[in-house]
Write a protein of this length. Structure first.
Length: 245
């Protein structure tokens, strides 16, 4: 496993159209978070956004596909151009209508709101059977001062109900403007955002949870179980988690 990740990390660095570093053999997630926050601060001064990439075989295949075909429309420039023509609220409303089909009519989608422990650490850099971070994590230094645009360099989406890359960029722009949410960590089926202005009130958390459920229904149907359960986890949380099965 270590050799697989080491080889993949090297391939990612060669493939990325930007500078990058590798976090080698982190001892725990606290070490990963500390390195991320240091790079985030550095990036604000130097004009880049750091994104942690889990260099799995599946993630490598996504990058290889995006870079192998110039007509794929998955270059960062092409994704950003498409995203600039989109309205995030329209995207979320369309996805909301698709996310709540008739089969869930008898499900109590709202549930009861109870505040839970705020989320402060990323999930995807950790190999959860061992509960230790993966041995190599690539951190891309995306050359933009617009945090939402950084997601265009990570061409996830368009499969497993995951929004297309340009839809992600448009929604992340909306969330950055409202909450200071920054695309921060990714694996082949996960996006995590680092949040500089976390929600504080129940009403604000509930409104955000409705948007997040529209964006990523699996966090409700295969995760939290209700909008208000998700809302309770968002209050004071500096990390948002999205997963598409």
């Amino acid at each position: 496993m270590d050799n697989e990740f080491r080889n993949n990390a090297q391939e990612f660095q060669e493939m990325l159209p930007c500078d990058s570093i590798v976090i080698e053999n982190p001892k725990n997630i606290s070490e990963v978070m500390a390195e991320y926050k240091k790079l985030l601060k550095q990036g604000k001064a130097d004009g880049f956004i750091p994104i942690i990439i889990v260099p799995s075989d599946s993630m490598l295949e996504i990058f290889e596909f995006a870079s192998s075909d110039e007509e794929s429309g998955l270059s960062p420039t092409a994704i950003i151009e498409k995203a600039n023509k989109l309205d995030a609220e329209s995207i979320l409303e369309k996805r909301r209508q698709e996310a709540w089909p008739d089969e869930h009519d008898n499900h109590d989608i709202m549930g009861e709101l109870k505040k839970s422990e705020p989320i402060k650490n990323f999930y995807c850099p950790v190999n959860h059977p061992s509960n230790l971070p993966y041995p190599q994590l690539v951190v891309a230094k995306i050359p933009t001062e617009k945090p939402w645009e950084a997601a265009a360099w990570i061409p996830l989406g368009g499969y497993n109900e995951c929004p297309a890359p340009e839809e992600q960029v448009a929604v992340y722009r909306h969330w950055f403007e409202k909450y200071g949410a920054i695309p921060a960590a990714a694996s082949y089926d996960i996006w995590e955002l680092y949040v500089e202005q976390p929600v504080k009130s129940e009403a604000e958390a509930q409104a955000l949870a409705l948007e997040q459920c529209s964006f990523c229904p699996d966090i409700i149907w295969q995760g939290m179980g209700s909008i208000n359960a998700l809302a309770g986890s968002l209050i004071d949380s500096t990390v948002w988690f999205f997963w598409w099965d």
